[in-house]
Design a protein around this ligand. Structure first.
Ligand code: MTE
Length: 314
């Protein structure tokens, strides 16, 4: 489906009916629940830069990683298992127009245009620590909006216990999907209370600009207290489920990559320690950083897991 610039043609003339209808429903639902829906519409083109973005008080004051490091050392197996290759390979991915299909245990299922989601969910800057399961870390100024605020607008039913996210599947462009490195498409998930936590965001940008393709454009999850593989890129589907989603890394290595994947220095990966981390951009001779439980966000999130043995539910 091709979508021309909004100024040239009315959206209902070019959008397929189902998408258009669900978009209307979404805007209606959003306007009841959120005054933010009254904000003027921002087109994708204008939103390309987030120069004057408000910084959330939930931001860390830790030293920010150089942008050059954060955008050149990426994990994006849909393109390559080589961290340096995905920036080049991901250039071919078209990220606009983009739709997100919402399904499952929700009163508002449908296909939503990303621009409508963004209209109803104003973005802000969130500077977060980010810890990969491979034991490296960075600090990134993401641009995004609270995941939970958006999910509420879809009105999950009482049966919704989990939320599942799915990445685009397009092996013509995502050449890594031609190899069976993981079971494609990439799937991730959160328990509903995790998804509703104010620290969980959907990001559309970083470093005051839109997300580079290799970092998950146009829409990715960021869950700062969990290992980076939970932070799924290029999301095209969100499904509310009653049962725990089968996630890509958990399916590929159930003994190595748990569903919860909370950062935890006390629980080693079967093949390496998680007690320390290499700070991205630092010299290989620099001392490693001590890993913090829940990546330093324990005060905010530990209560979500108070009745769980985190060595068992890793
Ligand atoms: N999402 C998809 N779709 N495919 C991936 O390969 N890699 C994950 C996560 N999200 C991945 C993904 C892993 S292992 C990490 S550490 C982070 O993205 C890396 O995010 P970054 O490349 O922006 O640093």
């Amino acid at each position: 489906m091709l979508i021309k610039s909004k100024t040239e043609i009315a959206s209902h003339e070019i959008t397929d009916q189902a998408v258009f209808e669900s978009r209307r429903q979404f805007i209606k639902a959003a306007s009841v629940l959120s005054a933010s829906a009254l904000l003027p519409e921002v087109s994708r083109a204008e939103a390309g830069k987030y120069a004057n973005i408000t910084r959330s008080t939930l931001s860390t004051t830790a030293a920010i990683t150089d942008r050059a490091d954060a955008i050149s050392y990426t994990n994006y197996y849909e393109f390559s298992t080589n961290k340096q290759d995905s920036s080049l390979l991901a250039r071919g991915l078209t990220t606009s127009p983009w739709t997100v299909e919402v399904s499952g245990e929700t009163e508002n299922p449908g296909k939503y245009h990303l621009e409508d989601i963004l209209q109803a969910n104003p973005v802000e800057e969130r500077i977060y620590r980010f810890r990969c399961v491979e034991a490296w870390s960075m600090v990134v100024p993401w641009v995004g909006f609270p995941l939970g605020e958006m999910l509420k607008k879809f009105k999950p039913t009482s049966k919704a216990k989990f939320v599942q996210f799915t990445t685009l599947y397009n092996p013509d462009i995502m050449v890594g999907q031609r190899a069976h490195v993981l079971e494609w498409p990439y799937v991730e998930g959160l328990r509903m209370d995790e998804a509703m936590h104010p620290l969980a965001i959907l990001a559309t940008g970083m470093y005051g600009d839109t997300l580079p393709n290799q970092n998950g454009a146009p829409l990715r999850l960021i869950v700062p207290w969990k290992y980076g593989f939970k932070s799924i890129k290029a999301i095209v589907k969100i499904e509310f489920t009653e049962t725990m989603p089968a996630t890509a890394w958990n399916k590929s290595g159930p003994g190595e990559y748990g569903f919860y994947a909370n950062v935890n220095p006390e629980v080693p990966h079967p093949r390496w320690s998680q007690s320390r981390e290499r700070v991205l951009g630092s010299s290989i001779f620099a001392p490693k950083r001590e890993t913090e439980k829940f990546n330093g966000y324990g005060e905010q999130v530990a209560s979500l897991y108070s009745d769980m043995d985190l060595a068992k539910f890793f």
